[in-house]
Unconditional design. Structure first.
Length: 410
């Protein structure tokens, strides 16, 4: 009697299905390169088959939460890095150590790992970085220095530049800051300024209080600066679009590296990319983009982990970067790309991220921190009392943390 070998059984059996959810995005290239990676993984072995379902981005987090309550989550989820601690605390995710290879975990830059209480629950292929875009011709005409990673602009230098550009009469609002965007942009874009002033959204030593960090002296200084940008007419309080820089109505654009390809197309060699200003405690940019994780109820965690190991190979990360312009999440992958390799023409973004990136607070309270921060910043933008706005935000955040018994932090 012949006994089939294990490998023969695997070869003849149908591969086990591993369901994957990912958010829909306007970045079609990102979706296409991800689908191509899934296809390559499925063809590379016979044990597992990844099956992709697209979920609308606007309702993604709500869809995940509803599916979790119903016990109907897929094996693999993509998720915005700052929500990872909340998903982990809620029991949606399992720690990746012991599932994903240690070599992969060790290869990733810090901001490509999502953590809760020192365990890694998510990993990502790419990163983005904030920067200050301008044009050489504009800066030269007005005698404004180009900021560098060795010597970024100070707060005073930024304000002098804005005053000069405003006085020229050429720009109704010389700085574009995407204030019309909603949701996570407010924390991603403006909390780094707060942190560069020396404040923060929460005390990261305990994750239980925001008192003194979000409403202290440095936070008030940030709020007064932020409010002045609108009061002085440097930034449009309620912009009708996000094309002021690209249409030459603004001289400076504070936004992420995802705009690089568009700005290069518009301005070519005249484009200047500068690091974000140093407001006193060093330049800060947001860290953490979309990540992948494995759910607690996954019936085939080994297959899910095999897929994550596969897409975090240097060549797969590089393929994503080449298609989308995103910053690769490992040094080895960066060297395989045209833009981010050592000496590449976009390498400065990789350097900005390495030097300045600060992850958003790794606490399950982050969703309430982010939404509260947005409300607070909008109120300050529209002229509300800075100290009162900060105090109200602290009260809202601390009440939520108390209601949830500290979210697991003692």
């Amino acid at each position: 009697m012949t006994t089939l070998s294990t490998s023969a059984v695997h070869a003849s059996a149908e591969p086990a299905l591993v369901k994957l959810w990912r958010h829909e995005t306007s970045n079609i290239a990102e979706i296409e390169v991800n689908k191509a990676a899934v296809e390559r993984f499925n063809q590379s072995q016979q044990r597992w088959k990844i099956e992709v379902e697209m979920i609308p981005e606007g309702s993604y987090t709500e869809t995940v939460s509803a599916a979790a309550l119903a016990g109907d989550l897929p094996c693999v989820l993509d998720m915005d890095q700052p929500v990872v601690p909340n998903f982990a605390w809620s029991g949606y995710l399992r720690p990746l150590k012991g599932l994903v290879s240690q070599e992969v975990l060790d290869s990733l830059i810090d901001s490509a790992k999502g953590t809760y209480k020192d365990d890694v629950y998510s990993i990502g292929q790419f990163e983005v970085a904030l920067a200050l875009f301008s044009r050489q011709s504009i800066l030269k005409e007005h005698g404004i220095r180009i900021g560098t990673i060795e010597q970024p602009w100070t707060k005073e230098e930024l304000l002098r530049a804005l005053a000069t550009l405003k006085a020229s009469g050429k720009y109704a609002y010389p700085l574009e800051m995407r204030t019309g965007w909603k949701g996570e942009w407010y924390s991603y874009g403006y909390a780094p300024m707060l942190q560069s002033f020396g404040a923060d959204q929460i005390d990261r030593s305990t994750y239980r209080t925001a008192e003194g960090l979000l409403n202290g002296k440095q936070a008030v200084a940030w709020g007064e600066f932020f409010q002045s940008l609108f009061a002085e007419g440097y930034v449009d309080r309620n912009p009708s679009d996000d094309k002021a820089f690209s249409q030459q109505r603004a001289a400076l654009d504070y936004v992420g590296s995802w705009e690089m390809a568009n700005h290069v197309t518009s301005f070519g060699d005249d484009l200047v990319v500068m690091p974000v200003p140093d407001f006193g405690s060093g330049p800060v940019v947001g860290g953490g983009s979309w990540h992948w994780g494995i759910t607690q109820g996954c019936a085939n965690p080994e297959g899910a982990a095999a897929f994550l190991d596969y897409i975090l190979q240097p060549n797969e990360i590089a393929a994503m970067s080449e298609a989308t312009g995103m910053i690769p999440s490992t040094p080895a992958a960066a060297e395989l790309t045209e833009h981010y390799r050592t000496g590449g023409d976009w390498r400065f973004f990789y350097d900005y991220s390495a030097a300045y990136a600060r992850l958003r607070p790794a606490t399950p309270a982050y969703p309430i921190i982010s939404s509260t921060f947005e409300t607070m910043a909008r109120n300050i933008k529209d002229g509300a009392d800075v100290q009162d706005s900060l105090d109200q935000a602290v009260d809202t955040i601390e009440r939520n943390i108390s209601d949830n018994k500290g979210y697991g932090f003692n």
